[in-house]
Design a protein around this ligand. Sequence first.
Ligand code: BGC
Length: 532
Amino acid sequence: MAGGGFATAPANGVEFEAKITPIVIISCIMAATGGLMFGYDVGVSGGVTSMPDFLKKFFPVVYRKVEAGADKNSNYCKYDNQGLQLFTSSLYLAGLTATFFASYTTRTLGRRPTMLIAGVFFIIGVILNAAAHNLAMLIAGRILLGCGVGFANQAVPLFLSEIAPTKIRGGLNILFQLNVTIGILFANLVNYGTAKIKGGWGWRLSLGLAGIPALLLTVGALLVTETPNSLVERGRLDEGKAVLRRIRGTDNVEPEFADLLEASRLAKEVKHPFRNLLQRRNRPQLVIAVALQIFQQCTGINAIMFYAPVLFSTLGFGNDAALYSAVVTGAVNVLSTLVSIYSVDKVGRRVLLLEAGVQMFFSQVVIAIILGIKVTDHSQNLSKGFAILVVVMICTYVAAFAWSWGPLGWLIPSETFPLETRSAGQSVTVCVNLLFTFIIAQAFLSMLCHFKFGIFIFFSSWVLVMSVFVMFLLPETKNIPIEEMTERVWKKHWFWARFMDDHHDDQVFVSGDVNGKKSNGKSNGFDPSTRL
Ligand code: BGC
């Protein structure tokens, strides 16, 4: 039982002793750099793709269109170019492919080498991008950055949740998202500055400064220790126990170590984690994880994050004002994420998601109405007052996203899967997220061109659908210990409980007891004895 430090409440109800040690602090810095890198990549492309010098060099067709002005081209279509969209979206396509390799290296080499690989991908990608002389180099650089994102987003959250004491695991999870938003803001600020550089190399500086978070991640990966879980998983038991002592700041780690051995033994019995994920009784978590990722992207957030400067200049703001507005949305994104960190364990996930649903729906509809009336294909008379109102509504929308779907889209899947499917579930989560990020990135400018102001009605309809989904199908998981989800959440849910009927499961399913009886005999999940 707990002595000094503070106690965490693990799955089997026994409390483990754990202090916040320097190594846990370093792991926070790791989260920061992994998140920063991802965020920087998200934020940088929008500003760069609205810089005339960049367009002139790589996308002369778009450059000529933009230069031609509104009388020749529709306001809504001037940036519609598949190559330009590929510049932004190739990163996500590479990332979702890389996730599968990353899940292999995470298991066989460990978390630390996987983060190191991510750092190296990032560094080479940044060099190629900053030095690019042609489109091929540019896209190759983005693909390498995407591989970095795939490896980092698989390994960093896993690393964090294994190294963190249970009690601060949720906070650390949202801290990762906080750093994604800081990365986006940093990129917007950089773009704001580099857009002013005369001489045509501002975009190189924007792309090159991604080297800072990339280097930080690489150095960080070299400095931190491997997680005890990964060491035990690979048979290095003594080392695993020594590391556990060091990170918990105590010699009294036997109970946690025993749990770790048991979890690792049981996890090894699962020969096909992905097939296991498809079992009927894992359906609720799988459906929720996949739906949450699709919904998160269908809020339309990345239409704003990637293309805010382009969007603002489409709306008739000058180039400078456009980037300036993007900086404002970036700041709102960061600050509102703090709201989530503060309130998620107090008011709960559902309240945040439902409130945000109303706020996002309302602001998107207002934006659509203003644009519908004021911005037509070949003329726009958005007065200063209306332009400010559009920016305020975009900020209202971004704020709502940042305290709801942004962090919770990642948090909820990570806390609802039982141990036996948790890592496979994480891979699917990352993959679906990046896939839909890719689809939105690739399609947005064409959608803007065809739907015009209706794009905001399109996204607001999705917001309506996802809010109804949350209302009826998303259970509250606030303050529920992670291994008690089955008993206290799924088995009590009006709809999902039917999937929890043990008789539907395979009769002989050894790994099922990962979720059920533990050494202290307390059942907090499936009771495998009812099936065997
Ligand atoms: C999403 C990203 C998005 C970011 C915006 C994240 O949760 O996964 O796609 O760009 O939030 O802050």
